[in-house]
Design a protein around this ligand. Sequence first.
Ligand code: HMG
Ligand code: MG
Length: 277
Amino acid sequence: MNAVELVEVGPRDGLQNEKSLIPTEAKIRLIDSLSEAGFGLIEATSFVSPKWVPQLADAAEVMAGITRHPDSDYIVLIPNQRGLAGALAAEVDEVAVFGAATEGFSQHNINCSVRESLDRFRPVVAEALAASIRVRGYISVVVHCPYEGTVAPESVLTLAEDLLAMGCYEISLGDTTGQGTKDTICTLLDLLCAHLPGDKLAGHFHDTNHQAIANVKHALGYGLKRFDSAIGGLGGCPYAPGAKGNVNTLALHDALEQVGWQTGLNRDKLISAEQVG
Ligand code: HMG
Ligand code: MG
């Protein structure tokens, strides 16, 4: 079987960018409906500063309110020690640290340099691993940065190596602004896959220019088998002006199954979850 895994990021990446505050109950219903659809990993929320992302200030309440499905793991974003403490108290299954390939995006998103972010993540990752919590690593702006323009693939490789060395099990490659093209995604993956195994890499492609599904297909050609997507195509980053949602989960599921890949997801339940969202 040609298996490919979709990681559902709608409740976090999707909702963080919504301007009006969404009731906690609605977030819980959305996550519960996604759990029913068969995802192995659902990004439920973030334990970040509520001053920076007010929408996700209810992270602890969301995690306490969801019904944990035995086949789903729940992951949250954490930027620092305080985020990890919240995540551990909420009994998450995994955490994700999030860095950026450019200084401009790092400063705007987490208020520190790339080097400072790595110094901050290192003890956080060590503490998570000591608590038997797996850690995923994100790299934002892998091909294009809203503050610096074109991104050198070498800076993505260096950061990916640093995050893997500190113990992240996988690097999710964020095309944050959705400007990736066949050329830029393939140039990036040419370099990364010459140095890193494809199973250490995942794709996280925003769909600003409607190239996300095509970019997933290019990435499959490099051996990547895990892709982030958001129900209803929700999403965006408050610190990436103009960026649109993540690739739509249902559309990606359909596009992949049409060309012979199996996601293991229940399509009817994806439609139900889309209606909840
Ligand atoms: P800072 O202002 O430099 O840090 O922010 P600080 O330590 O001075 O903290 C500021 C205030 O926040 C303090 O409160 C802290 O206690 C509090 P005050 O004393 O003023 O009352 N605080 C926290 N509260 C709760 N949980 C925490 C936490 N940390 C501090 N964990 C900081 C630095 C990193 C905290 C901030 O910049 C931040 O939270 N940034 C997060 C931004 C974010 O979530 N962006 C979106 C996610 S990334 C993304 O979407 C990209 C991705 O999808 C991939 C892609 O598409 O590329 C992953
Ligand atoms: Mg994103």
